[in-house]
Design a protein around this ligand. Structure first.
Ligand code: IDP
Ligand code: MG
Length: 153
């Protein structure tokens, strides 16, 4: 099923000059970028973004982290993109994420983890709505889509 997911290249990844290499992982996989912008996330928006974690011990820290410096916010679209993007990202922190994943290859921190990706269709809808208006999402086709997403039927 065609899905959309919200990806954020987080402050540490921007500061560490990793934007291009991270986007390349998604492009290499054939995922379609349908929206993208640089922004500094206001604290109140970071609170909404991580609302499901309110009350947890790391909540204030992650809000501070996400709103500390500019980020690149993107929407990716593809068949099963939510799960695919999460697999490309790897486990939550780089000290545990597998090599070959974004977090596993570029991070060793237990607090900064380079990237956010939605974890379900419901959270994707909620999160995309926090950052983009519907008319900011570009609808277009890749000419090689049948080869990238095709089945051998
Ligand atoms: P996820 O990003 O892999 O989905 P979640 O458990 O949903 O991980 O946590 C959301 C974000 O909160 C993480 O990406 C990370 O930035 C931060 N976070 C989660 N757990 C901890 C923790 O134990 N210490 C510090 N920050 C945390
Ligand atoms: Mg999560």
């Amino acid at each position: 099923m065609i899905e959309r997911t919200l990806i954020i290249i987080k402050p540490d990844a921007v500061q560490r000059h990793l934007i291009g290499r991270i986007i390349t992982r998604f492009e290499d996989k054939g995922l379609q970028i349908v929206a993208a912008k640089m922004m500094k996330i206001p604290e109140q928006l970071a609170r909404k973004h991580y609302a499901v974690h309110e009350g947890k011990p790391f909540f204030e820290g992650v809000v501070r982290y996400l709103s500390s410096c500019p980020v690149l916010v993107m929407v990716l679209q593809a068949d099963s993109v939510i799960g695919i993007a999460r697999k490309l990202m790897g486990k939550t922190f780089g000290n545990e994420a597998e090599p070959g994943t974004i977090r596993g290859d570029f991070g060793a921190s237990r607090g900064f983890n380079l990237i956010h990706g939605s974890d379900s269709p419901e959270s994707a809808d909620y999160e995309i709505g926090l950052y983009f208006r519907p008319d900011e999402l570009c609808d277009y086709d890749f000419p090689d889509a049948d080869w990238i997403y095709g089945q051998n039927e």
